[in-house]
Write a protein that binds this ligand. Structure first.
Ligand code: FE
Ligand code: FE
Ligand code: ZN
Length: 282
């Protein structure tokens, strides 16, 4: 039972949305989770399913009854708002618009996380301009979703591996009261941030972006050494970051209220184990 002395931790993993909204809620419970992530549409294509309002309402009631933390939906990987090709940018922008104006609105009060994008040689400045322009078209007054920029590893021409770049995007968005950040432990490690001194990383985050913008963590170990700019996730404790640092990160008083999403290479059984492990840290 939850008491005053047992701090609440929100943790879950990526779930398949193929069986519908309510099914994901029940699946999460089975794994011991009380939040989860899901792709708003096919992660590698972009095709979306028809929305069933009844199913969405059923999930919302379920989340409330079972004291879930906010969900952290994920945009498809193919959504590149700052591509060098106009048709790809247009395709991405239309996905963003549909996701925010239609798909997320049926489950109000949750987070929508996306990879800022890859500028494909156009340069970070140009990339940031495209990203903010798309966000300025998609966000609307009165929306019920907070849009999260994910911290990236800096692989290839990825935008968003430095806190400064995320800040610049947020500054360019008019309705940035609806903007936040999701920090991915594998990505910032591969991006060169030193999580051994996570308090320093948070100080830096606070100085550049503002800690009030930090809304969620992606909890992953990394197959690569610090600063490798590679982005390959590993199971907790089996990678280069290791359990000691990951534990220190998630139990930090400044972030321990945030939803934690596992994106580790696991099946259900492995996720249930990692969820139990992280809960045991609190
Ligand atoms: Fe991601
Ligand atoms: Fe991630
Ligand atoms: Zn990643």
């Amino acid at each position: 039972m939850q008491t005053e002395s047992t701090p609440k931790v929100y943790i879950g993993n990526h779930l398949s949305s193929s069986a519908g909204f309510l099914a994901m809620g029940k699946h999460a419970t089975k794994l011991g989770a009380n939040t989860f992530a899901f792709f708003t549409r096919n992660p590698r294509g972009g095709k979306a399913k028809e929305i069933k309002q009844k199913d969405a309402d059923a999930l919302c009631s379920y989340l409330k009854e079972n004291h879930f933390g906010p969900l952290v939906a994920h945009a498809p990987y193919t959504m590149n708002l700052c591509s060098d090709k106009a048709d790809i940018r247009e395709f991405a922008k239309n996905m963003l618009l549909d996701d925010l104006q239609v798909r997320m609105e049926v489950i109000p009060g949750n987070y929508y996380n996306f990879h800022p994008g890859s500028h494909v040689g156009q340069g970070t400045e140009k990339g940031i301009q495209f990203i903010t322009a798309a966000l300025n078209e998609a966000l609307f007054e009165g929306m019920h979703t907070t849009v999260l920029l994910e911290t990236m590893a800096g692989k290839g021409s990825e935008v968003g591996s430095r806190f400064e770049e995320l800040r610049q995007i947020i500054d360019g968005v008019k309705l940035n009261q609806y903007m936040g950040v999701c920090l991915d432990t594998c990505h910032i490690w591969d991006g060169g941030y030193n999580e051994e001194t996570f308090d320093d990383v948070l100080d830096e985050f606070d100085r550049i972006i503002g800690l009030e913008r930090l809304k969620a963590l992606h909890l992953n170990d990394s197959m690569n050494s610090k600063g490798a700019r590679k982005d390959r996730h590993q199971k907790l404790g089996q990678g280069e970051i290791g359990l000691d640092i990951l534990k220190q990160v998630v139990t930090n008083p400044r972030v321990k209220h945030l939803p934690l999403i596992l994106e580790t290479p696991n099946e259900d059984e492995g996720y249930a184990e990692e969820i139990a492990l992280v809960k045991s840290w609190f």
